[in-house]
Design a protein around this ligand. Structure first.
Ligand code: XUL
Ligand code: CO
Length: 437
């Protein structure tokens, strides 16, 4: 029989051949890869909302799992925190992430909610000191309550804008008090369901205003970490303004926010936007906006955000390849914005889903290391653009040529050489690295 949650003290690394259920097969936290421990490459974080609060409810049925902790009010949230830190210790997870409403009860208004939030911040601070666990990022839930039904920063109501801003201030204070290294903005209901009732330009200006106010306040309070935008194309609104990485980058540049804001890229949001996870990471990396990751996966046959624990090694490998090429995480990390399935409704399933996700990314890291050490793929790409290393190509590359000069040069070209893209060969190398041993 499977062990019970309470009996499991910690999850050991036992290597790939073990049949032990509650063990890591690939995640060996202190093993060094490219001069850095696995745990410092991966910087795993627990998402409070899915793990500590979500109870299996969906559109068609209620809870399948009890997360009530048999108590109410602040007491309940203290018990949740005790559970959260115990779970992270069992798994060896060193970071966590939260929304304001995940960690504290909501009061009747902003002032009362902030009071509860601050009480819980004191409690969490103590837990952090006892365990060495750190806060990766904090965020405000400015989408759940009914007052946010038409948006928060993009609401047609300026009072709602003010409350959203107040909640952001409280989250900034909480994040700073807990020494968090990031503040996330996921645009919850910042988007539209129909353009018939929407002033898009005004809403985008207001969204930028809230981000600017947040940045200025946090910096004034001494916050040195990163601000992240988490792109998502749709859901809950039909069109989310933070559609994908490219859209967000041009938004940030338009409003001069690009020096402080980076991306928190979520795998399932990428696929909802019709991109691969790797695509979104590549855009962020090549534009200098790589920051943090919400690691999960969607079901490609479903058009909504299923937030499944990641088990796809192919995607995790290409993700970790991008992370390594970006120079690794600085203030960011791999937050599991993922929940065990509704039918995986035991506490043992929570452990198993984290083990599966952590092992998937550990294996992805190991395989990404192999791709880089193998060198064939990188070398192929390097050689593919060799014509830009000298002559006319070098001048194009250096932006040191005119259109007339290019015309004069081009008129003498008879048969330009364009080499094969060799896609299948490269995919074969990747398979070989993934499955070769
Ligand atoms: C929603 C989502 C959020 C953000 C934080 O799709 O991903 O949980 O990660 O607000
Ligand atoms: Co997310």
């Amino acid at each position: 029989m499977m062990k019970k949650y309470e009996e499991i003290k910690n999850i050991p690394y036992l290597g790939k051949d073990t049949k032990e259920v509650f063990a890591f097969r690939y995640y060996n936290k202190d093993e060094v890869i490219f001069g850095k421990k696995m745990k410092d490459h991966l910087r795993f974080a627990m998402s409070y909302w899915h793990t500590i609060n979500a109870s299996g409810t969906d559109m068609f049925g209620g809870d399948t799992m009890d997360k009530s902790f048999q108590s109410n009010g602040l007491e309940k949230f203290k018990k949740k925190a005790d559970f959260a830190f115990d779970l992270m210790q069992k798994l060896g997870i060193e970071y966590y992430c939260f929304h304001d409403v995940d960690i504290a009860p909501e009061g009747k208004d902003l002032e009362e909610s902030t009071f509860y939030l601050n009480e819980m911040v004191k409690y969490l601070k103590k837990k952090q000191e006892e365990t060495g666990i750190k806060l990766l990022w904090g965020t405000a839930n400015n989408f759940g309550d009914k007052k946010f039904m038409c948006g928060a920063a993009t609401s047609p109501s300026s009072d709602v804008f003010a409350i959203a801003a107040g909640k952001v201030k409280a989250v900034i204070d909480a994040t700073i008090a807990l020494n968090g290294s990031g503040i996330v903005f996921w645009g919850g209901r910042e988007g539209y369901d129909t353009l018939l009732n929407t002033n898009m330009g005004l809403e985008l200006d207001h969204l930028a205003t809230l981000l600017r106010l947040a940045r200025d306040y946090a910096r004034k309070q001494g916050f040195k970490g990163d601000f992240y935008i988490e792109p998502k194309p749709k859901e809950p609104t039909k069109h989310q303004y933070d559609f994908d990485v490219s859209t967000v980058i041009s938004f940030l540049r338009k409003y001069h926010l690009e020096d402080d804001f980076k991306m928190n890229i979520e795998a399932n949001h990428a696929t909802l936007a019709g991109h691969t996870f790797q695509h979104e990471l590549r855009v962020a990396r090549s534009e200098g906006f790589f920051g943090s990751i919400d690691a999960n996966q969607g079901d490609l046959l479903l058009g909504w955000d299923t937030d499944q624990f990641p088990t796809n090694v192919y995607d995790a490998t290409l993700c970790m390849y991008e992370v390594l090429k970006a120079g690794g995480f600085k203030n960011g990390g791999l937050n599991f914005d993922a929940k065990a399935r509704r039918a995986s409704n035991t506490y043992e399933d929570i452990l198993l889903s984290y083990i599966a996700g952590m092992d998937t990314f550990a294996l992805g890291l190991r395989k990404a290391q192999k791709i880089i050490e193998d060198g064939r793929i990188d070398e192929f790409v390097e050689k593919r653009y060799a014509s830009y290393k000298e002559g006319i190509g070098k001048r194009i590359n250096e932006n040191n040529i005119t259109l007339e000069e290019l015309y004069d040069y081009a008129k003498n070209i008879q048969n330009p050489i364009v080499e094969s893209g060799r896609q299948e060969y490269l995919e074969m190398i990747l398979n070989n690295i993934l499955f070769g041993d």
